[in-house]
Write a protein that binds this ligand. Structure first.
Ligand code: NDP
Ligand code: OXD
Length: 316
């Protein structure tokens, strides 16, 4: 029997455990929080072949001599110190339909809210002001998504149903029907010039850290808005505040911040043009994620490529 050790939210772990026991009893599933560390590491560590974690335990190579694959419970792997992991250990990010669906819903909600001027109407409501502004049709609104991976592509495919003019930008470029694609730093400025609503769905890497900054905001059409669902450290918060205050940006929806949560006195909390949610744009859904894990275990055990295996050098 192969052993999976799970180290993340215990309530959701209990669901993983129940589902796996039903459909894949050939795996032994152990929750970190159920282990007894009173006499040091439990003996079962010697049998762990698969880790499913948000934050990995320290000393992987020494503590888990049979470890074969490290699975992230989330789509991101930026919480791992990739350089410090055992060199030959495969690392797999989460790709599963429940997580994708959640992100599609959140970005659609935020894009429609920004498209229909909701930050302004909510401000007006607080001032008891009944005042309409011209409606812009979706066909005249350009949405640009940075990152055309699992989540970026699915999000664009939903947004295009509303008739938005859709643009997408990624490192290597990706052809998505109905989306104007832009690739690499060479085409970033042109992509930004076509983004009235900019969505960040990039992974956090050395190349993308701090990328949402004053220089980038200056390349957007005046009054553009931002939906930030990547990672907090993509954004230079002071540059966002300055861009909002001078009107270069009209509004921002932030699901991720740096740090999380923001300190109580952070200016972003109370800025009238900023909506903040506590990193809930999407969440891995145990019901669908278990199937994704099992499919990957089967691939691994049969020597086939796993979906979502990352390139440790590239960082995603
Ligand atoms: P993927 O790995 O599938 O896609 C990443 C995309 O980003 C690819 O298109 C890639 O380009 C592009 N990219 C990476 N680096 C660069 C770069 N330097 N310049 C241009 N493009 C780049 O990731 P997912 O779609 O699964 O997830 C994206 C991110 O969403 C996660 O890493 C995480 O940070 C965030 N996330 C946030 C959640 C939330 O609740 N807020 C929930 C889940 C994820 P290429 O195709 O050329 O390789
Ligand atoms: C993820 C996240 O990466 O929840 O899945 O942010």
């Amino acid at each position: 029997m192969k052993t999976i050790l799970y180290k993340s939210d215990p309530a959701r772990g209990a669901l993983w455990q129940r589902i796996l026991a039903d459909i894949a009893p050939q795996y032994r599933f152990i929750q970190w929080t159920d282990l007894d560390f009173s006499r040091g590491d439990p003996a079962v560590f010697a049998e762990v072949e698969y880790l499913v974690v948000w934050m990995p335990p320290e000393g992987l190579a020494q503590r888990f001599p049979q470890l074969k694959v490290l699975f992230s419970i989330g789509a991101g792997v930026d919480q791992f110190d990739l350089g410090a992991l055992p060199a030959g250990l495969p690392v797999v990010r989460m790709v599963e339909p429940g997580l994708t669906q959640g992100m599609v819903e959140y970005v659609t909600f935020a894009a429609l809210g920004l498209h229909r001027d909701m930050p302004r109407y909510l401000r007006q409501q607080r001032e008891q002001q009944w005042k309409s502004h011209p409606m812009v049709s979706a066909s005249k609104r350009r949405i640009g998504v940075m990152g055309l991976g699992e989540l970026g592509e699915a999000t664009l495919k939903m947004l295009m149903n509303f008739g938005f003019e859709c643009h997408g930008w990624s490192r290597s470029g990706k052809a998505i029907e109905g989306v104007t694609g832009w690739a690499g730093v060479e085409q970033l400025a042109q992509f930004l010039a076509h983004s009235d609503i900019l969505v960040c769905l990039l992974p956090l890497t050395a190349d993308t850290r701090g990328m949402l900054n004053a220089e980038l905001f200056a390349l957007l059409p005046q009054g553009a808005s931002l939906i930030q669902v990547g990672r907090g450290a993509h954004l230079v918060a002071d540059d966002l505040l300055a861009a909002l205050d001078c009107g270069q940006l009209g509004a921002a929806v932030l699901d991720v911040t740096d740090p999380e949560p923001l300190p109580a006195d952070d200016a972003l909390w109370s800025h009238p043009a900023v909506w903040i949610t506590p990193h809930i744009a999407s969440q891995t859904q145990p019901e669908t994620a278990v199937n994704a894990l099992l499919a990957n275990l089967q691939c691994f055990e049969q020597g086939r490529p796993m979906q979502g295996e990352i390139d440790k050098i590239r960082g995603y």
